[in-house]
Structures are given as structure tokens and as C-alpha cells.
Write a protein of this length. Structure first.
Length: 187
């Protein structure tokens, strides 16, 4: 190992910990975005413990990226994109068996006005949706994200979001009604 190799390793270590923002800015950003990101991760993964781990990894990768962002919304969208990719990676990798187990998410975005039975029905129906359908519905209706924001987070074309949301809503409605998706009351 030469002196140049040592310098290269030290430079790589320094680059690994470079932060895109100072501690106070990060703390404020984290406080604004962590609850909604955790809810998103819990819904699309179906696993609260995995959501905890992926939340930390998402922020770590955001800071490690060191990218310059146009504004706070751009940084938030990038963070959600990282989180989405981590869930996809977990599903493909060794964490796939964790994603297959659905953990009841009773405290995630529970509506106080709804009955416990209705919340259970909604959770059951969400558990039967594909992960992308859950992500679409969660981002659109729980997070209030625009179609362009959803497209950026999920890596889809903006023009396809409307149709994908329509299909996911229709499938969710069929599941809540007790029908099988795709089997409507057509004559």
C-alpha cells in the first residue's frame, strides 16, 4: 500500500460523511418530514419495524448524496424516492420475507371518526393491494402529493398517475365492498 492509496482511502472516508446541510437545518427538515415518511414506508412495506429501519437509511442516503436541492420540496421528493427504492430493494433482497408478513398498522393515519371495524376493513383491503397501488393511494390521499410529485417519487411518468390511481381506487373499492377486483356488477 502506497502513500497515495492511503490518501485515497482517507478522501473516500471523508466523502462518506459529508453532509448536505448543517445540523439545525437537518433537524428541522427531519421534524417536518419524518412522520409522513414513516407512515408512507409503513403502508407500502406493511411492516412497522422495517419502516423504522428504512426511515433511518433514507435520511442517511439523503445526507450522503450531498446533492444541492432547488428547494425543500425538491429535497422531500428526493427523500421519498430514496425510501421507495429502499422498499423495492428490500422486497427483492433478503428482507423479502419481512415484507410478506403484514403487521396491523392500527395507529397509522387512523381516522378517529371511523369505526374500528371500518379501519380493520381498510387495513385488510390495503394489505391485498400491490405495493405500488398502496404507495399511489398513500401518497395521493394520505400525503396529498400531486401527480407530478407521485411520479417523481415512484419513478413513473406523470401522465400515467391518473390512470394508475383510478385503477388502485377501483380495486380498493371492490375490496371494501367484498367483491373481487376486476369482477364488478357488469351485465
Amino acid at each position: 500500500m502506497t502513500f497515495t492509496d492511503v490518501e485515497r482511502l482517507q478522501a473516500a472516508d471523508a466523502a462518506d460523511v459529508s453532509l448536505a446541510m448543517d445540523e439545525d437545518a437537518f433537524r428541522a427538515f427531519y421534524e417536518r418530514t419524518a412522520p409522513s415518511l414513516w407512515g408512507y414506508l409503513a403502508r407500502i412495506s406493511g411492516n412497522r419495524e422495517l419502516a423504522d429501519d428504512l426511515l433511518q437509511e433514507s435520511y442517511y442516503r439523503l445526507l450522503k448524496a450531498g446533492d444541492a436541492f432547488e428547494n425543500d420540496a425538491h429535497r422531500r421528493n428526493y427523500l421519498f424516492r430514496i425510501a421507495t427504492n429502499l422498499v423495492h430493494d428490500a422486497r427483492r433482497g433478503t428482507l423479502a420475507r419481512l415484507l410478506e408478513r403484514t403487521v396491523p398498522l392500527t395507529d397509522v393515519a387512523a381516522d378517529d371518526a371511523s369505526t374500528p371495524e371500518r379501519r380493520t376493513d381498510v387495513q385488510r383491503a390495503l394489505g391485498q393491494l400491490k405495493p405500488r397501488e398502496r404507495a399511489l393511494l398513500w401518497l395521493a390521499y394520505a400525503q396529498g402529493s400531486s401527480h407530478s410529485e407521485i411520479a417523481g417519487i415512484l419513478g413513473l411518468k406523470t401522465g400515467s398517475i391518473k390512470l394508475l390511481l383510478f385503477r388502485a381506487r377501483r380495486k380498493m373499492a371492490a375490496l371494501l365492498a367484498g367483491d373481487r377486483p376486476g369482477k364488478g356488477a357488469r351485465s
